[in-house]
Design a protein around this ligand. Structure first.
Ligand code: C2E
Ligand code: CA
Ligand code: CA
Ligand code: CA
Length: 276
């Protein structure tokens, strides 16, 4: 359907040709980016109520030689379309495990966990379990320090398959966070079947939480529900002290957002954590 759409556009809207050329180039450039190792991992701190670091979320950046830093929404969807996400996803997983290993050596980083974003395609790949096991074995890390962030839509895609994969990984100690919670088709029926450790409240609910009563009510309800299901709750996109305070009063125990730290390269991140 997509191919037909592109042809149609080429014939009927010359302006769109630019966009298409750009896409083709982006596709080619993405392959070059992999070859030339232009990807870099950024780390954004996650903190507890007292503001102490619990770990980080790993966020990928494409450091383009001409265009500078390119953010994942620009290239991850394309990488999912053309299959390059498999290579990228494996690389992220491997780098995260290597990082966890390095952190084991220092008292200031030893207890930090890492959360990585897993794309739907990667998760549903036949050898995903093996990928994770291999990365853990290669770097000899404690699997309990690794958290995989999954989204609702990708989990409900094939629920039996999903639960099986998650359970196998859970058995070896891997933890799971449900990312962007509240933006999908959250069915409580499904939610209670998934072996999750954490719910991540989407930043769209956090943004106006200090001023919007319905967002506040949604978040409170989410947290009560998470507690019932024995899940830890983390809020993302926390930018102000007011937001943090409302979240704390609503029962939230973990936080992530610009208020505590921007996503940053590893050296800076480690320096930041040492001061926290
Ligand atoms: P996400 O997992 O929901 O990540 C949160 C996004 O919010 C990140 O954008 C982060 O930089 C941004 N953010 C953090 N704190 C704040 C804040 O206080 N306020 C606001 N407004 N935003 C904040 P980023 O890095 O551009 O990543 C966007 C999305 O790309 C991620 O959304 C995730 O779905 C995807 N992504 C990032 N890294 C990877 C990766 O390694 N693999 C895969 N498959 N997807 C990734
Ligand atoms: Ca995430
Ligand atoms: Ca998110
Ligand atoms: Ca998101």
């Amino acid at each position: 359907a997509k191919k037909a759409g592109r042809n149609a556009i080429r014939f009927f809207d010359p302006k769109m040709q630019d966009a298409i050329n750009h896409l083709v180039n982006l596709d080619r450039e993405l392959r070059v980016a992999i070859e030339r190792q232009q990807f870099q991992l950024y780390f954004q701190v996650q903190v507890d109520i007292a503001g102490r670091p619990l770990g980080a979320e790993v966020l990928i950046r494409w450091i383009h030689p001409e265009h500078g830093t390119i953010f994942p929404p620009t290239f991850i969807p394309l990488a999912e379309d053309n299959g390059l996400i498999f290579t990228i996803g494996k690389w992220v997983l491997d780098m995260a495990c290597a990082q966890l290993k390095a952190w084991e050596l220092e008292a200031s980083t030893r207890n930090l966990k890492l959360s990585i974003n897993v794309s739907a395609k990667q998760f549903h790949q036949a050898d995903f379990i093996k990928q994770v096991k291999t990365a853990i074995k290669n770097h000899a890390i404690n699997p309990a320090m690794l958290k995989l962030e999954l989204t609702e839509s990708m989990l409900l895609d094939n629920i039996e398959d999903t639960i099986r994969t998650m359970n196998i990984l859970k058995e070896i100690g891997i933890q799971f966070s449900l990312d962007d919670f509240g933006t999908g088709y959250s069915s409580l029926q499904y939610l209670k079947q998934l072996p999750l450790t954490q719910l991540k409240i989407d930043k769209s609910f956090v943004h106006d939480i200090a001023v919007d009563n319905s967002d506040q009510a949604i978040v409170r309800t989410t947290i009560v529900m998470a507690q019932t299901l024995n899940l830890e709750v983390i809020a993302e996109g926390v930018e102000t002290i007011e937001q943090r305070n409302v979240l704390i009063n609503s029962g939230c125990t973990c936080f992530q957002g610009f208020l505590f730290g921007q996503p940053m390269p590893i050296e800076q991140f480690v320096d930041q954590v040492k001061l926290m």
